[in-house]
Design a protein around this ligand. Structure first.
Ligand code: HEC
Ligand code: HEC
Ligand code: HEC
Ligand code: HEC
Length: 518
């Protein structure tokens, strides 16, 4: 247990934190570079902005952790092994909850932008044992400005192509998230290249170029640090990424949005969008992705106009030169002095501010783990009701629909907070509200499923979930080819053993020559 001195706790309860709100917007200096408008590589910017480039290379640091965040790419489900494999704050049920979806093969904690290409090219989510990745080229959208070339070349035909088709076209250092992802190369004005964000702003009748600078400083991050999905066939350009924000950015509104954006045929879910069907409960599921922007925007800092860049790109001075924005995007808590925070919270000690962050994170984490467990129980309860062979209640079919609906919703709400990378800090109120709803929805799923099975499963389901359904600690594409591994967990019997295959792709190279064109 951490010791929080009583005095400090009292202080925290009685004092509000005095913040400083930027009223007059400082101007960004104007630049004129020798670079071409089309420049998308990173190294050409080095000669123009050596100090910015130096801070950019600091994103290579991938060893420092904070209590909940930090830059080690540990396995997010492994709470058993020490770093770098696992971490004390990992969630053991991730492989269960995402079973049947590529996220169940491998999911690691995020690290710096300079690793974005390396990490996506090595992750087991994209199939490296097949010519085809099994996921569309859309995944490249958030890995850097190479997208500008591809979208220019293929237009909306790009998205539905296979991810693996483009592996050999990228250079790990030159094409990872970099200068051209957020800046106009000729004058360094902030810009956005991300198609889904451009589409969203257009629908809102907004023009990035004329938006207030402070909004731009957060929107450049909102190109990628958001919830998104890939358009289903028949609903627009196939596999194009879209931000599901038409009804608003809060979880209930986003959940509602997905109701008529897809091609699910299952009774009760007709026309829903689904990322996959969970094989154990036969539920059409949604996978949430890192909604930092949506979480932050109506939290206390977002509402007060404190931008992502204020905390993640604070001003630094290198070589005694004038102030510049650091381009080392990482946890502000890694700095022992918390300088980013204390630009505004000038009267607060670093330890006090750190404690306040961790206080929120502890509370959010505890409820996240509860939500996770009930979600697993929901799948198991529905599985049991689905396989129940006794006399069924007259409204069995409707109860099963209701159970699956609540399972889908409960897990999506859990996932939104699980995938959001601040463990609640960006918006403590919304994080806890979303988790409370997740728990209520998932518990309803359990209740409906128990009713559907005429209460015969109630005794079994009253057990501790860890006994009933142990966490799946090992699983990967390679292991799924091994019948012995597939006998190690009761839930694996709902998956097919896949045929033995050799690895074809390694990062941006082939290990096995391409088959001759016929
Ligand atoms: C993820 C988005 C992003 C990327 C990638 C990025 N920048 Fe920036 N950059 C910003 C933001 C935000 C600002 C702050 C602008 C402001 O305050 O008006 C900024 C400011 C700047 C400035 C203006 C001076 C300053 O320090 O505030 C320069 C020069 C600059 N960046 C250079 C670069 C270079 C060189 C690269 C590549 C190594 C790069 N940037 C990559 C977002 C980015
Ligand atoms: C082009 C997409 C893209 C943009 C734009 C972008 N990010 Fe990221 N960001 C990523 C990806 C992808 C990762 C994870 C990389 C990995 O783990 O390989 C990441 C990781 C991070 C991390 C984790 C670093 C660590 O040390 O753990 C932080 C913090 C972060 N981004 C902040 C920002 C901020 C702030 C902005 C805006 C100024 C921004 N990002 C803009 C895609 C983006
Ligand atoms: C008021 C300051 C503040 C603002 C504003 C803010 N963040 Fe954060 N952010 C934090 C803190 C504190 C953490 C938690 C870091 C930790 O646990 O070590 C964090 C965590 C993160 C992480 C995970 C970092 C890690 O170490 O794993 C990402 C990514 C991130 N923020 C992106 C963003 C984006 C994108 C925005 C704007 C939409 C934003 N943040 C706005 C303070 C801020
Ligand atoms: C650009 C200014 C700015 C920066 C940078 C900033 N804050 Fe704040 N912070 C604010 C404002 C404004 C408020 C709202 C409180 C108020 O109005 O007095 C606030 C409120 C808070 C609160 C109280 C939140 C609550 O829920 O009651 C905490 C805790 C906090 N900030 C921590 C941090 C930490 C930690 C960092 C760095 C990671 C940070 N802040 C960076 C301006 C800032």
């Amino acid at each position: 247990m951490r010791k929080i001195p009583i005095l400090l706790t009292l202080l925290a309860a009685t004092l509000t934190l005095a913040g400083c709100i930027d009223t007059s917007e400082p101007k960004t200096p104007e630049f004129k570079t020798k670079l071409s408008e089309q420049e998308i590589k990173n190294s050409p910017f080095k000669a123009e902005f050596p100090l910015h480039y130096e801070t950019f290379l600091r994103n290579n640091e991938s060893e420092i952790m904070t209590e909940y965040g930090g830059s080690v790419a540990y396995n997010k489900h492994d709470n058993v092994h020490p770093l770098p494999e696992g971490y004390k704050h990992a969630q053991p049920y991730l492989k269960n909850l995402w079973l049947g979806y590529p996220f169940s093969y491998e999911y690691k904690a995020a690290r710096g932008h300079t690793y974005a290409l390396k990490d996506i090219l090595n992750i087991d989510r994209l199939n490296r044992y097949d010519e085809k990745a099994g996921l569309p080229a859309t995944c490249w959208n958030c890995k850097g400005a190479k997208m500008i070339e591809w979208v220019g070349q293929y237009g909306d035909e790009f998205w539905a192509k296979d991810f693996n088709q483009f592996r050999e076209e990228v250079d790990m250092d030159e094409n990872t998230i970099g200068c051209a992802s957020c800046h106009e190369p000729t004058n360094m004005d902030l810009r956005i290249y991300s198609e889904p964000l451009k589409d969203y702003l257009k629908a809102q009748g907004k023009d990035f170029k004329t938006m207030p600078r402070n909004e731009q400083r957060a929107l450049v991050c909102g190109q990628c640090h958001v919830e998104y999905y890939f358009t289903d066939e028949g609903h627009g350009a196939n596999k194009k990424p879209v931000f599901p924000w038409a009804n608003g950015k809060d979880p209930e509104q986003v959940y509602e949005y997905y109701k008529d954006k897809g091609n699910v045929k299952m009774p009760g879910f007709e026309g829903n969008f689904a990322d996959w069907v969970h094989p154990v409960s036969q539920t059409p599921m949604l996978k949430a992705q890192h909604p930092e922007y949506e979480t932050w925007h109506n939290g206390i800092h977002g509402a007060a106009g404190v931008s992502c860049a204020d905390c993640h790109m604070s001003y630094v001075r290198l070589d005694g030169k004038k102030k510049m924005s650091t381009h080392h995007w990482t946890s502000p808590l890694k700095d022992p002095d918390l300088k980013a925070c204390r630009q505004c919270h000038t009267d607060k000690a670093p330890d006090y501010l750190r404690q306040r962050v961790v206080y929120t994170q502890d509370k959010v984490w505890e409820q996240l783990m509860v939500a996770q467990d009930i979600s697993v129980k929901a799948h198991e309860a529905i599985r049991m009701a689905n396989e129940y062979e006794g006399d069924k209640p007259a409204n069995y079919d409707q109860l099963m629909i209701d159970a699956r609906e609540m399972c889908r919703k409960g897990q999506f709400f859990w996932d939104l907070i699980s995938a959001e990378n601040s463990v609640g800090f960006h918006n403590p109120t919304k994080a806890l509200d979303t988790l409370a709803r997740s728990q209520q929805y998932s518990q309803k799923a359990v209740d409906f499923a128990i009713q559907a099975a005429d209460f015969t499963t109630a005794a079994a389901l009253s057990k501790d979930i860890k006994e009933l359904v142990p966490p799946i600690m090992e699983h990967s594409r390679e292991l799924q080819m091994d019948p012995e591994h597939m006998a190690t967990h009761q839930w694996f019997k709902y998956l097919k053993v896949t045929p033995k295959a050799e690895q074809i792709w390694d990062e941006n190279r082939r290990l096995i020559p391409a088959p001759a064109a016929s």
